[in-house]
Write a protein that binds this ligand. Structure first.
Ligand SMILES: C[S@@+](CC[C@H](N)C(=O)[O-])C[C@H]1O[C@@H](n2cnc3c(N)ncnc32)[C@H](O)[C@@H]1O
Length: 235
């Protein structure tokens, strides 16, 4: 399946606030059911096993409404881990969609390609359903920027470009309910990466070691480490 890039509707200024809210609500439903939460928790298990940390700061880049970051913070708290999650998105309107009076997150509106933090500010930097928005030099730059602000590691959870998820998102009525989320979902799979493509870019972004893995629900997981792997790089 050839990679075809396109602009996703959620990235455009023309979408109304109500449509943004409905689309982000549907993306959250997809994250809950189809590998967003479970895939990130699996990557976090790798992170915790290798870093040995019980307390850390995490930055979610391209966080949308921040529901995923808040959920991960809660899940880790249930396991006795003390974490502080930051949600960063280019659009304040996306970040504000799920903000409550007792907001558990720190929210920052900024461009992921120019993260407004000094190097090594967060033990963990992560993103979900995000890297497929970037191509070529921009993707390499994004990953390098995430590696820069991480002191220990970076977790990436994204779709894998394959026919089965493409057909599922396009034609299964229960996969996505919102028309914007469905159209963006189809475009997302078409511009997502294959495992060898992601591994090739990841090997050039300045990480000391890289792991790429398949995750359930046709997703790919990428771990970028600041220190060399004890057993050598596994790409
Ligand atoms: C598909 S949504 C995913 C949101 C969230 N990660 C999730 O899984 O629910 C992609 C998000 O990336 C944001 N985004 C796109 N380009 C960005 C950039 N250059 N810097 C920061 N955020 C960006 C969009 O505003 C949008 O909220």
């Amino acid at each position: 399946m050839r990679r075809i890039t396109s602009c996703e509707l959620l990235d455009e200024d023309s979408v109304s606030a109500a449509d943004v809210e409905a689309a982000l609500r549907d993306i959250w439903r997809i994250n809950q059911r189809f590998g967003g939460v479970s895939g990130c928790l699996r990557l976090l298990d790798h992170f915790l096993a290798r870093s040995g940390l019980r307390r850390f700061r995490a930055l979610d880049v391209g966080a949308g409404d921040g529901r995923l970051a808040a959920c991960l913070q809660d899940e880790l708290a249930d396991r006795g881990l003390e974490t502080t999650f930051w949600a960063l998105d280019r659009r304040l309107s996306h970040l504000n969609c799920s903000r409550s009076s007792h907001d558990p997150l720190n929210r920052v509106a900024a461009n992921a390609l120019e993260l407004p933090f000094p190097s090594a500010s967060f033990e963990l930097v992560m993103c979900n359903l995000f890297v497929h928005h970037f191509s070529g030099t921009s993707l390499r730059y994004l990953l390098a920027e995430m590696v820069r602000v991480a002191s220990q590691g970076v977790c990436v959870n994204d779709l894998e470009r394959r026919w089965l998820p493409y057909l599922f998102i396009r034609y299964a009525p229960f996969a996505t309910r919102n028309p914007i989320a469905r159209r963006d979902g189809v475009a997302s799979v078409r511009q997502a990466y294959t495992r060898p493509e992601l591994a090739a870019v990841a090997s050039t972004c300045g990480a000391a070691s890289v792991d790429v893995m398949s995750l359930p629900f046709f997703r790919l997981g990428l771990m970028l480490w600041k220190e060399p792997s004890p057993a050598g790089s596994s790409v």
